[in-house]
Write a protein that binds this ligand. Structure first.
Ligand code: NAP
Length: 340
């Protein structure tokens, strides 16, 4: 049974904690927060042991009447691995100043840069490369989604060129600090965006072949990608079949009512998914087309949750608990109740 510590119980950290708690080969030994807010209280109510991420703030939890077991320093050496869920840039600082100091394996998230860890993880592409490694970066929600669809296409044809436009959600639903409220913002305004190079950090074979541009729009529900991939040769039927066979991809039909990201999220709600998470990415079947060997499709990414099962697989790879990536994927999916 692997001991997993979640350092940073926020949007990603709390979801990883719940996903780890559902597995039969790993357990959550603690979660950390810096602020004694309702999320800290709820972590304790759920049965997680709570620790102060910053030792000097431990008294704030005590003063707020939230039971805290100690500080990060008190628990870190009991961990076989730490999943860092701290905000962008703090993950890297934690890796350098805390995890390496204590000699504990760690996963940092997609807000950090590719060079900050030993490698970049995706369950389909780089499980073997990350096997037994000490410090790994779990790539962002967008990169994770793109890696899944590139895997599907690559399973039936060589990818010669990939061109992707990312339409990004402005903020997570709980975020009141970012926008826009009423605009479309090229972000970055320069092309390519960082997403292409990030995909290459997982799939080096795509170096020089993938270009991405990105805009931000006023929505909190999901990201969307418009994908154009020149291939060595394939058909629409082959791509539909490949999408159906690729783990953690759902194909949805507008003709069945999935006419927007809003309806996809409604589906996740109707499934009774915790926090309306859709860990699978959704590809619109009607959008899949092949013209002159060029594949076109549109997909939607639930930014807060597609990386969660990948974190579970990454733990198994880094702790050498399962050498076969497909077996880990299947085990994780089953425990989390993912659908195909
Ligand atoms: P978040 O919701 O802001 O949560 C961050 C958590 O880290 C909070 O629980 C915070 O605790 C805690 N924290 C703050 N300072 C810390 C420190 N020094 N040490 C340990 N924990 C600390 O952030 P998030 O959205 O989950 O993002 C976390 C990482 O995942 C980032 O790299 C992000 O780019 C990446 N990511 C995010 C998404 C997404 O859509 N949200 C998707 C994929 C990847 P307090 O609240 O108590 O201060």
């Amino acid at each position: 049974m692997a001991n997993v510590l979640i350092n940073g119980y926020g949007s990603i950290g709390k979801r990883v904690a719940d996903a780890v708690a559902k597995q039969d080969d790993m357990k959550v030994i603690g979660v950390t927060k810096t602020k004694p807010d309702f999320e800290a209280r709820m972590a304790v109510e759920k049965g997680y042991k709570l620790f102060a991420a910053i030792p000097e703030r431990k008294h704030l939890f005590e003063e707020a009447g939230i039971p805290v077991e100690g500080t990060l320093d008190d628990i870190i050496e009991d961990a076989d691995i730490v999943v860092d869920g701290a905000p962008k840039k703090i993950g890297k600082a934690n890796l350098e100043n805390v995890y390496k100091k204590h000699g504990v394996k760690a996963i940092i998230q997609g807000g950090e840069k590719a060079g900050d860890a030993q490698d970049s993880f995706n369950s389909l592409w780089s499980y073997e490369r990350c096997y037994g490694k000490d410090y790994i970066r779990l790539v962002s929600c967008n990169t994770t989604g793109l890696c899944r669809s590139m895997y599907a296409i690559n399973s039936v044809a060589d990818i010669l060129k990939a061109r992707i436009v990312l339409i990004r959600r402005a903020a997570d639903p709980n975020d009141i600090k970012t926008g826009p409220v009423n605009a479309i913002v090229p972000n970055p305004v320069s092309v390519p965006s960082h997403h292409g190079p990030d995909v290459v950090s997982v799939i080096p074979e795509l170096d020089g072949k993938i270009m991405t541009s990105a805009v931000i729009v006023p929505t909190t529900l999901m990201h969307m990608h418009s994908i154009m991939v020149e291939t060595s040769g394939t058909t629409r039927d082959e791509i539909i079949d490949a999408l159906a066979k690729t783990p953690r991809i759902l194909t949805v039909k507008a003709s069945e009512g999935f006419d927007s990201t809003a309806k996809i999220i409604e589906y996740a709600r109707d499934l009774g998914r915790s926090r309306y998470d859709l860990n699978e990415i959704a590809v619109w079947e009607e959008s899949v087309n092949v013209v002159d060997n060029e594949v076109y499709m549109m997909q939607a990414i639930h930014q807060e949750s597609d990386v969660i099962p990948e974190n579970v697989d990454c733990i198994r790879a880094m702790l050498e608990m399962e050498s076969d990536n497909l077996k880990s994927i299947e085990k994780t999916n089953k425990a989390m109740g993912l659908i195909k």
